[in-house]
Design a protein around this ligand. Structure first.
Ligand code: GDP
Ligand code: CA
Length: 311
């Protein structure tokens, strides 16, 4: 069964690890968020694509939640000592990837092409596509001003409340080669338990991707990033409260109206099921906390079962 998964970084990568345990990885095409991409020390960093690459290659640091395991930080420390920027944490092993990608982009290669090559080198069998090869950048509007995503998230520790999100370049951005084909021929579309506003909306801001999802000919199922009304990690709950008006599963469903047929919600949010259903979206109650490999696979399985029930 061909499956397309829209994914952000950490939550998306955790979910994908479970998914490749229960379906053939070759059947999966991941469409990754590029709104978080950033230039650091002259290097092009795609944090969400990299979280997915490292997770599926089995080299991610699980405790830290981002970057690579067995990481050291000598290059960044040396750069800092020389007055270079060090606000964005890049480990030595991680830097290897950014060097290769940046060189490829400078020589005129597209992000999708170099991403494909990196995935092959890491022996990843699922397809991984950036949403677009064009420049698309998330901006965060806060009471303290407007910031590029990583400046708000990393440099300012996402402490500012969010009044709005904006996706620079989205209007002109074209889907990366393969994205529309994958959506049009998919038998199932999934949205990972990622932050709706900053991990999924940037991809949905690409007009042709959004249109293809609205016109889909197969079921689409999202997984809520909330457990008991709270984000497992990061600012998704605070953003939902302020931008969406609340932190129930229905508020998550509201982020994807017209784009999904079912929403997997945690057992601790089961009381929200009726509110989700009243939006015309079928609630699927499951254990969604991905604490280990078994829990990840169980969530993937519950999501697939929820999708089958829609047929
Ligand atoms: P980022 O791009 O690295 O910020 O990652 P994502 O947007 O893909 O994922 C962040 C979201 O993942 C957060 O809102 C978390 O609540 C969610 N998340 C992380 N771990 C889990 C989990 O075990 N279960 C569920 N349901 N959500 C999770
Ligand atoms: Ca991200």
């Amino acid at each position: 069964m061909s499956i397309v998964v829209l994914s952000g970084g950490v939550g998306g990568a955790r979910f994908l690890r479970g998914l490749v345990d229960v379906v053939a990885a070759e059947d999966i095409t991941i469409v990754g968020n590029v709104g978080d991409d950033v230039e650091v020390l002259g290097l092009h960093v795609s944090p969400d694509l990299d979280s997915i690459l490292y997770a599926l290659a089995g080299v991610a640091d699980e405790e830290r939640g981002w970057g690579r395991a067995d990481e050291t930080w000598h290059a960044l420390e040396a750069a800092a000592r020389l007055g270079g920027e060090a606000w964005f944490r890049l480990g030595d092993r991680d830097l290897g990837l950014h060097l290769v990608r940046t060189q490829a982009l400078r020589s005129g290669e597209h992000l999708s092409t170099v991403t494909h090559r990196l995935a092959q080198r890491l022996r990843i069998r699922a397809g991984l596509l950036p949403a677009t090869d064009d420049r698309l950048r998330t901006w965060i509007e806060t009471p303290a001003g407007s910031f590029p995503f990583q400046e708000w998230f990393v440099a300012r520790g996402h402490r500012d409340e969010v009044d709005g999100v904006r996706f620079e370049g989205a209007t002109e951005a074209e889907p990366a080669p393969g994205v529309l084909d994958a959506i049009e021929s998919a038998e199932l579309i999934l949205i990972a338990p990622s932050n709706p506003y900053v991990s999924v909306w940037p991809t949905l801001a690409v007009r042709e991707i959004r249109d293809a999802l609205e016109l889909r000919g197969c079921p689409a199922v999202a997984v809520s990033p909330l457990v008991g009304g709270r984000a497992v990690k990061g600012p998704a709950d605070r953003m939902l409260a302020r931008l969406g008006g609340g932190t129930t599963a229905a508020h998550v469903a509201d982020c994807y109206l017209g784009l999904i047929d079912a929403l997997v919600i945690d057992e601790r949010d089961a009381a929200d099921a009726d509110a989700v259903a009243s939006l015309g979206i079928r609630p699927v109650v499951a254990q969604t906390l991905m604490t280990d490999a078994e829990a990840r696979a169980r969530l993937a399985q519950a999501t697939l079962q929820g999708a089958l029930a829609l047929r």
